[in-house]
Design a protein around this ligand. Structure first.
Ligand code: MG
Length: 158
């Protein structure tokens, strides 16, 4: 038995950097406007796992009105989703993540992000794909107003 999940998230730049993407601190002139640490990569991936489980979305599990998640480490959200998957008898087979960002340039950080996600999910690094692209200067991403992420995940029964 396998299940597939998809997640999307976007965050607006605001204030000073650095950024946290996929749990990796990246130097940038701006940070994110967010209740948690704003880790848009981990939020999209968390939603992908929740989606695969048909278990709602990240906002239901971790309301941004809840003060305990103020500046939260988003790895907490991803670990929670991974545990829900395990409780349902599933593990993440592989995930494929696309980060859309005009800045910062993410090429040098993709491997570190993938390795960190693999560690959080307790899966092989080769099961985590992190891709990065610009939006060819179009739209809110192209104007460097923020970053968006799309993530797919395959869940397989253990
Ligand atoms: Mg988010």
């Amino acid at each position: 038995m396998i299940r597939i999940g998809f997640g999307y998230d976007s965050h607006r730049f605001a204030g000073d950097g650095p950024l946290t993407l996929g749990g990796v601190r990246i130097e940038h002139e701006k940070g994110f406007a967010a209740h948690s640490d704003g880790d848009v990569v981990l939020h999209a991936l968390t939603d992908a796992i929740l989606g695969g489980l048909a278990a709602g979305d990240i906002g239901e599990h971790f309301p941004d009105t809840d003060p305990q998640y103020k500046n939260a480490d988003s790895a907490v959200f991803l670990r929670h989703a991974n545990k829900l998957a395990a409780d349902a008898g599933y593990s993440v087979g592989n995930c494929d993540i696309t980060i859309l960002a005009e800045s910062p340039k993410l090429g040098p950080h993709k491997a570190a992000i993938a390795a960190n996600i693999a560690e959080i999910l307790n899966i092989e690094p080769g099961c985590v794909s992190v891709k990065a692209k610009t939006n060819e200067t179009m739209g809110f991403i192209g104007r460097a107003e923020g970053i968006a992420v799309m993530a797919n995940v395959l869940l397989r029964d253990m």
